[in-house]
Write a protein that binds this ligand. Structure first.
Ligand SMILES: Nc1ncnc2c1ncn2[C@@H]1O[C@H](COP(=O)(O)OP(=O)(O)OP(=O)(O)O)[C@@H](O)[C@H]1O
Ligand SMILES: CC(C)(CO)[C@@H](O)C(=O)NCCC(=O)O
Length: 312
């Protein structure tokens, strides 16, 4: 059996929440309860204690790394004899993890905290959903049932997009995905204009391959982790809740599900989980976990109680 590098104690530091929280040092709490409520997704349970214990130390670590990374870029610039002097290169953070694990909430909370630093106030967030192939193309390729798998994305466009942002392009745009229509929104773009920090959130962003991939451009990466059975139950309960929220919209691709009973909806959700999202987690997402700079591990109640940091 292949050796699992993530078990090598010399590469990683495992900390429980109490140990991690001490690394916050004097970072002030900069979010109010109200601001936090706007950031937390359906079914997620981040509270101000978790922001203080988990996200503030993380914001401090990333802030230190942004400064260090600028010095590294400056070294290359000196080597090249670049007379313009070093420019600020956007710092790119990848956030990976299963469907329904809470990546987008993590991304939004982190973006809000990082934007409070004076030295890097402009933080942008994109999700790789926008780089899914349009439904018509997924159908043409016969892979509608593989949505979220690596082959369902336009990976070349995603790589080009992040490369352009990092190269300092004045304006770069990404396509936009709608969970309501379950498809790319025609003629709508998300514009990014020279951010200090770009967060790229998506299931498979930590994947590597024989060619250059978006993961090669990350300066820091986070994997949001939990037990598979816990994520399944979060997926199912979010699905049940969506009957009266997102699915209730007559335009929703899933509108039909809004009229299902609890039992019927549970069966439907479990079927989607078992046939699409779980296999993707096992085959593609979990194997990318050892690569993450930081793993945030959640317990069944969604609380982040363990952190694993790659120190080398
Ligand atoms: N079918 C849907 N209809 C409407 N909204 C949806 C649907 N599926 C997911 N969402 C919402 O879209 C956001 C992102 O969900 P998505 O499935 O892309 O990611 P996820 O991996 O489940 O996200 P997360 O890890 O943030 O829970 C979440 O806030 C979720 O509540
Ligand atoms: C859009 C993705 C792929 C990722 O966000 C996901 O939410 C999705 O639609 N997965 C396909 C199966 C499902 O509807 O859960």
């Amino acid at each position: 059996m292949a050796r699992d590098a993530s078990r090598d104690p010399s590469l990683y530091l495992e900390l429980d929440r109490k140990q991690w929280r001490e690394l916050r040092e004097s970072m002030p709490m900069v979010l109010t309860e109200n601001e936090l409520d706007q950031l937390v997704g359906l079914g997620e349970q981040v509270d101000l204690d978790e922001v203080a214990d988990v996200y503030l130390p993380l914001s401090r670590l990333i802030h230190l790394q942004v400064a260090a990374r600028q010095r590294l870029f400056a070294a290359t610039s000196t080597f090249l004899g670049d007379r313009q002097g070093a420019r600020q290169v956007p710092f790119v953070i990848g956030i990976a993890g299963s469907v329904a694990v809470g990546k987008s909430t993590t991304a939004r909370v982190l973006a809000a905290l990082l934007a409070r630093w004076e030295s890097h106030p402009k933080v942008d967030l994109v999700t790789t959903d926008g780089f899914l192939l349009p439904t018509a193309e997924l159908e043409r390729r016969g892979i509608m049932h593989r949505k979220g798998f690596p082959e369902s994305y336009d990976r070349r466009s995603l790589l080009r997009f992040v490369t352009e942002v990092k190269s300092g392009a004045h304006e770069v745009s990404a396509p936009v995905y709608s969970h309501i229509t379950y498809d790319i929104v025609p003629d709508v773009r998300h514009f990014i204009r020279q951010p200090d920090i770009l967060i790229v959130e998506g299931l498979n962003v930590l994947q590597t391959g024989p060619t250059l991939m978006v993961s090669d451009l990350f300066d820091f990466s986070i994997y949001v982790d939990a037990k598979i059975d816990d994520i399944e139950s979060w997926y199912i309960s979010r699905f049940l809740q969506m009957r009266t929220t997102a699915f209730a919209d007559p335009n929703s691709h899933f509108h039909y599900y809004s009229s299902l009973t609890d039992d019927q909806a549970t069966i439907a959700a479990r079927d989607i989980w078992t046939s699409i999202n779980r296999p993707n987690l096992i085959e593609n997402i979990l194997p990318s976990r050892p690569r993450a700079t930081l793993v945030l591990r959640k317990d069944a109640n969604h609380a982040i109680n363990r952190v694993r940091l790659r120190k080398l």
